[in-house]
Design a binder for this molecule. Structure first.
Ligand SMILES: *Cc1c(COP(=O)(O)O)cnc(C)c1O
Length: 485
């Protein structure tokens, strides 16, 4: 197995190179030339810990690291950073399993991959003999930024620069990033939305070159982000087996609150690697570009962009869809390149029926706006005393549109405390204007303990105040890379 670029399949690299480069030089994303079977049997699933599952999956998907290195990366990367006994947790409420992926250092699922990425990257540098330092560039819709900053802060020979939409993240998300310490970190607001930030960062990969510095990515365009996420689909299945909720071989559906299509694509990879996954429900908020695409076959970004209560899903250009399209097109890189060109030049493309057939064999889609999400938060709290965040709530509201779906796990991607004002409002409470007061009130009301790391933000100093225009990203990156040198 090699990794090849979706826009030129003759551009093949090892998994090590793919992790270092992030984005291929031709602008494509790296995908495995063939999707390898995971080779996990019922006994394995019933007995393995989260770390063992994660290491196993990484060994299969990133073969050039070697077992010893991967085992160490997983153990050291996760150790001591999670408040759940098994890193993640699975709870049952409202007829669903909720896979809680937010018990890591920054209270969002992005930690599952980002705790490992710096180690994956530095090991890859060492194994390939790359003498450069690595500058990580990240566009964030709110959660990736903090998780990446936390992971890369003060890691030797690396630097990290994060761009976030100045008006598009929650107060807590913004504070998490602006108070980040570390000698190698930069955080900068963009006058624009996430898509502006992501497009700007992708351009910087092509437009900025500084001797002695490799630009790397902590976004889910990097397979080092995507591959660790496959593990928790296996873990969810394993937990349901152990909890007696499922018998081996039975299909399990997953509902995934979706933005950049990374999380749900990891679920699709799990299915292709042999996990008995039934349907994958792509849940969107009011920015329902993926819902429309799955319903009509037309991907059209010429539309209004909404800022919602689930900001980490406020995305119109879902990068990872390109990976799925590549397989759906039978690896026709030329055709794919044409579609991506149409998207960037005309603002839309239409996929062939065969492509849509391929996608619909595994995926369903639905969308839910803030109000439907809020109703879900209130319902599950009142009926089951289960508290969820606004992103998970979108997934729940979408799942409810598919009654009779069979056994289903909803991915719970963030702590409710990251979005306390919106969660309080959903519960029908008055909302204090200060986000810390809102968190305290939510805690007093529900008894769910707020993450210590979020509470502590109140005492931290804002260190990063830069805000720039999207067209100035290249210059900002050049300066940061020169500093790193
Ligand atoms: C990033 C994020 C999502 C969307 O995940 P994608 O991989 O971008 O589809 C959903 N919920 C939360 C809380 C997130 O941080």
């Amino acid at each position: 197995m090699k990794y090849l670029s979706t826009r030129n399949k003759n551009n093949t690299v090892s998994s090590l190179e793919a992790v270092i480069q992030g984005l291929a030089e031709d602008g494509g994303l790296f995908v495995p030339s063939e999707i390898p079977p995971a080779g996990l049997c019922e006994e394995d699933l019933k007995s393995m810990s989260y770390d063992e599952i994660a290491a196993h999956i990484l060994n299969v998907l990133l073969p050039e690291y070697g077992k010893e290195t991967v085992d160490e990366i997983v153990e050291k990367g996760y150790d001591g950073k999670f408040s759940a006994a098994d890193r993640v947790d699975l709870k049952y409420a409202g007829g669903y399993g909720f896979l809680e992926l937010y018990h890591g250092p920054t209270s969002a699922f992005k930690d599952m991959a980002l705790c490992l990425l710096p180690r994956l990257l530095t090991a890859a540098n060492k194994l390939t003999g790359n003498p450069d330092k690595v500058m990580i560039l990240t566009a964030t819709s709110g959660d990736t930024g903090k998780a990446a900053l936390e992971a890369f802060a003060d890691v030797p020979d690396t630097g990290i620069t994060v761009f976030y939409p100045a008006l598009g993240v929650s107060d807590i998300q913004k504070l998490q990033m602006q108070t980040q310490s570390g000698g190698n970190v930069r955080v900068c607001g963009i006058e624009g939305n996430f898509d502006d930030a992501q497009t700007g960062v992708k351009k910087a990969f092509e437009g900025v070159s500084v001797d002695g510095v490799t630009l790397g990515s902590a976004n889910s365009i990097n397979i080092g982000r995507l591959t660790p996420q496959v593990a928790y689909y296996y873990y969810a299945y394993a937990r349901m087996l152990r909890d007696g909720k499922l018998s081996y071989g039975e299909e399990l559906n997953f509902v995934v609150p979706t933005g950049n299509f990374g999380d749900i694509l990891a679920g699709w990879l799990a299915k292709k690697m042999g996990l008995p996954v039934g349907r994958l429900l792509c849940a969107s908020n009011k920015n329902r570009i993926l819902t429309d695409f799955l319903e009509t076959g037309v991907y059209d970004r010429r539309r209004d962009f909404y800022t919602t209560d689930s900001p980490s899903m406020d995305i119109l250009i879902s990068s990872n869809l390109e990976r799925l399209l590549f397989y759906a097109l039978g690896m026709d890189d030329e055709k794919l390149k044409g579609m991506m060109k149409e998207l960037s030049e005309k603002g839309f493309y239409k996929a062939e029926d065969s492509v849509m057939g391929y996608i619909k064999a595994d995926f369903d889609c639905a969308s839910a706006d803030d109000e439907e999400g809020a109703r879900g938060i209130r319902k599950l709290w009142e009926e089951d005393r289960y508290l969820m965040d606004t992103h998970t709530a979108v997934a729940y509201a979408c799942a409810e549109q598919f009654k009779g779906y069979g056994k289903t796990v909803i991915l719970s991607t963030a702590s409710p405390y990251k979005f306390a004002p919106a969660v309080l409002r959903a519960l029908g409470e008055d909302v204090p204007s200060d986000c810390f007061e809102a968190m305290d009130k939510l805690e007093a009301l529900t008894g769910a303990v707020q993450p210590e790391r979020l509470k502590e933000l109140k005492k931290k100093t804002v260190l990063h105040k830069d805000v720039i225009k999207p067209e100035d990203i290249n210059e900002y990156v050049r300066e940061a890379a020169n500093d790193l040198r």
